[in-house]
Design a protein around this ligand. Structure first.
Ligand code: NDP
Ligand code: 5RP
Length: 482
């Protein structure tokens, strides 16, 4: 052990798609010497053989890996979230010294990150949970990076991360998000928004196909057109590519030969679970998670299909329907992002993080899966007034939603009449309407709660807390101490 010279200024542990590409990205930047280590050494050997140009300092053992790092040591872990990450953290903590930095770049649950940071802090080693988005291409060419951890560790780490991050409008897509688990929290919300955005795009496709009568290749053209306007985004761009793809084996559209059961790895579920805990309505993200769950219930789908003999048919051909769908998509997308940022605000408040919403919007403009021009508008909105109650209030979005509102309603109504499931579009519209109406039926819910459980209610015309004696003479009494 410790027989080698400590030459590397940064190390990567975990050399599957993300780790190997991130290591190559680091190695391609001036001044970096990158140490690499993977539990299974054969994978390391493969990487060395495939990329001799990277000049990696490779180790077969964790001891050699640690010895190859110059002090203060900095290592980025890119392994499976959960037990795998803990195993590697333990190995590094055993060998690192005070002032060294361990970065977990995987999709960790931010609660785990907070616990890990608390556990490691007494050793004097810095632990940084960093969300990294962009998939394998992003890791190689420039991801969006969301680091948490201490401000002190960011002084060392910040310049290294900035050197490998994507660049949007001249700015690197990385910022110190906040302490301990803030980075992984924001990455989780990013993924939740990603789910919602993907679901909305999928619904737009379904409407154009089922109601609009367009074939996948024609829908690809529509999406490519949308990508030239306000809907421009990486997700719209790749959707057009997927829709244009033809299955080489059958000659059929690729989208028709893929089993319609969507998978997930869990970050969308975490977003909804945490939003529920925080009391933040994220219906758009929730519907996206549930839509994947419904798709993956073949027995229930088959049971209902057996009893449903015919589906309603409404045809809305022509460009005006496609224009309506584009407007409905945009308005629903504004709602999904507004809900996601609401969750960030609530998380920051609960966990004591000083999160700058405008900076988060900016680092999502490049490198990550939800990258889009649209995020400039969000950054501007929060830059102009960080205290807006909702993004829907920002003048740009208020106008955009108002401009699209009639089309949005037509599309949701047409979907209902046509039997096309649009949980994302319709929940976004209901959310918007819930905020927009002067009175909600929540007053009646309060009445019901008071009736069966004496849960009390407040009145619109005077302060205080009240209960009606429902099983008595139905007189109202004021409940003191509330
Ligand atoms: N794939 C993607 O698009 C994205 C992934 N991420 C996150 O990045 C991380 C890496 O993802 P990805 O590259 O896809 O790899 P995987 O999530 O498939 O993880 C495989 C890696 O984990 C290692 N590993 C698993 N268990 C252990 C263990 N007990 N001890 C040591 N090493 C272990 C494997 O080593 P071995 O070779 O020995 O099995 C291998 O290097 C994950 O946390 C993932 O959630 C984040 C953004 C996007
Ligand atoms: O983190 C990511 C991008 O930012 C991954 O692509 C994400 O994990 C995909 O999630 P799922 O498999 O649940 O769709």
């Amino acid at each position: 052990m410790d027989t080698r010279t400590a030459t590397a200024n940064i190390g990567v542990v975990g050399l599957a798609v993300m780790g190997s590409n991130l290591a190559r990205n680091l190695a391609s930047r001036e001044g970096n010497t990158v140490a690499v280590y993977n539990r299974t050494y054969a994978r390391t050997e493969e990487l060395l053989a495939e990329h001799p140009e990277a000049g990696f300092v490779a180790s077969e053992t964790i001891d050699d890996f640690v010895a190859s790092l110059a002090k203060p040591r900095t290592a980025i872990i890119m392994v499976q979230a959960g037990a795998g990450t803990d195993a590697v953290i333990d190995q590094l903590v055993e060998r690192f010294e005070p002032g060294d930095i361990i970065v977990d770049g995987g999709n960790a649950n931010f609660h785990d990150t907070i616990a890990r940071e608390q556990r490691i802090a007494p050793t004097g080693i810095h632990f940084v949970g960093a969300g990294i988005s962009g998939g394998e291409e992003g890791a190689l060419h420039g991801p969006s990076i969301m680091p948490g951890g201490s401000a002190e560790s960011y002084e060392t780490l910040g310049p290294i991360l900035a050197s490998i991050a994507a660049v949007a409008e001249g700015e690197p897509c990385v910022t110190h998000v906040g302490t301990d688990g803030a980075g992984h929290f924001v990455k989780m919300i990013h993924n939740g928004i990603e789910y919602a955005d993907m679901q909305l795009i999928a619904e737009a496709y379904d409407l154009l196909r089922t109601v609009g009568g367009l074939q996948p290749a024609a829908i690809a053209d529509v999406f490519a057109g949308w990508n030239e306007g306000p809907l421009e985004s990486y997700l719209i761009e790749i959707t057009a590519e997927v829709l244009r793809q033809v299955d080489p084996a059958t000659g059929r559209p690729f989208v028709d030969i893929v089993l319609d059961q969507a998978g997930s790895k869990g970050t969308g579920v975490w977003t909804v679970q945490n939003a529920l805990d925080l009391g933040v309505p994220v219906g758009g993200i929730g519907e996206a998670v549930f839509a994947r769950a419904v798709s993956s219930k073949p027995a229930q789908r088959a049971a209902v299909q057996r009893i449903v003999n015919s589906r309603p048919t409404v045809q809305e051909a022509g460009t005006s329907f496609a224009d309506d769908v584009a407007k409905a998509l945009y308005a629903s997308k504004v709602v999904a992002y507004a809900q996601g940022f609401d969750a960030i605000i609530a998380g920051a408040e609960k966990y004591g993080w000083d999160i700058h919403k405008d900076r988060i919007a900016k680092i999502w403009r490049g490198g990550c899966i939800i990258r889009a021009q649209f995020l400039n508008r969000i950054a501007e909105a929060y830059d102009e007034n960080p205290d807006i109650a909702t993004l829907l209030e920002a003048p740009y979005f208020a106008q955009a939603v108002a401009d699209g509102e009639a089309a949005w309603r037509r599309v949701v109504a047409t979907a209902a009449l046509s039997g096309v499931p649009v949980p994302g579009f319709s929940s976004a519209l209901s959310y918007y309407d819930s905020l927009a109406v002067k009175r909600l039926p929540a007053a009646l819910v309060q009445g019901q709660r008071d009736f069966f459980g004496a849960h009390t209610y407040k009145r619109v015309d005077k302060p205080g807390t009240f209960h009606t004696l429902w099983s008595g003479d139905r007189a109202e009494v004021e409940v003191p101490g509330h």
